[in-house]
Design a protein around this ligand. Structure first.
Ligand code: SAM
Length: 244
């Protein structure tokens, strides 16, 4: 496959939806491959314990280092030639962006380590860094119950960038956050009918005038970005007079 994914979690069922739709098809075509591993397979007690109380006190539980160490060793040893990237979802990580998705789509092999409770014993990442590249990545400035939903979102964003996964590659270029549109938000989109419940599609889109349509879309993108995400506006703030 172009991209091999190994996902380590205590809730493998979260990843059943990967089989659906485009990513499922990509897997059938051999573009993408993934394996979901149960962290508890690397425990050795009757209760298959993966957590313990935090040193220093405080609320919540922390994921124990031993099962994580064995899990990472097993997955890394199964791919001795590759130098994979270990992705650790955490609200304390670097923000996940479209550019991050592009970088990870080219990594060849990604290992996702899904935390739960108050997170994973910090020594696990220290150890992991001796064996592979490690990226701690946040889905956004909010707290989820576990890494699984964050990993699902990342895998979907990454997977659709693998050539051949999205049927029409054109649909990747004009999207929100795409580099070729300067990272602007996408313009509003419309389909038939031209008039619906008294609401009309902007006239220009029916004109067949491609340059004018491109200019309108560019301006709409800039206006939307200015209103909703001014932080994304860089050099793109001037409307392009050629409409390209
Ligand atoms: N105590 C941690 C903190 O304050 O940074 C939060 C732990 S959270 C309840 C449990 C797990 O959910 C984390 O280890 C991480 O894997 C995942 N998680 C929560 N929020 C996330 C986010 N915004 N992005 C990525 N992963 C997240």
């Amino acid at each position: 496959p172009v991209l091999q994914l190994d996902i380590i979690t205590i809730f493998g069922d979260y990843f059943a939806p990967l089989e659906l739709s485009l990513l499922g098809k990509a897997r059938e075509q051999g573009l993408l491959a993934w394996r979901v591993h149960d962290l508890r397979d690397w425990t050795h007690d009757r209760h298959r314990t993966v957590d313990d109380t935090p040193y220093g006190g405080g609320a919540g539980m922390v994921m124990k280092p031993e099962p994580w160490g064995e899990a990472l060793d097993a997955v890394l040893d199964a791919h001795p030639d590759a130098r994979p990237t270990i992705v650790v979802p955490t609200p304390a990580g670097e923000p996940f962006r479209q550019a991050t998705a592009h970088e990870l789509a080219g990594a060849g092999h990604l290992i996702f380590a899904c935390g739960r409770y108050e997170g994973i014993d910090a020594r696990v990442l220290e150890y992991a860094r001796t064996r592979a590249a490690v990226r701690e990545i946040s889905l956004g400035d909010y707290v989820l119950n576990g890494g699984e939903v964050a990993v699902l979102a990342m895998v979907e964003a990454i997977g659709r960038l693998i050539p051949g996964v999205v049927g029409n590659p054109e649909s990747l270029v004009e999207e929100s956050h795409a580099a070729d549109t300067d990272g602007l938000l996408e313009y509003p989109v419309y389909t038939k009918p031209a008039s619906w419940r008294g609401l009309d599609v902007p006239e220009i889109l029916l004109s067949g005038h491609h340059a004018a349509i491109a200019a309108w879309r560019r301006e709409s993108s800039i206006e939307r970005t200015r209103q909703r995400r001014p932080d994304l506006l860089g050099e793109a703030s001037e409307p392009d007079p050629t409409g390209e």
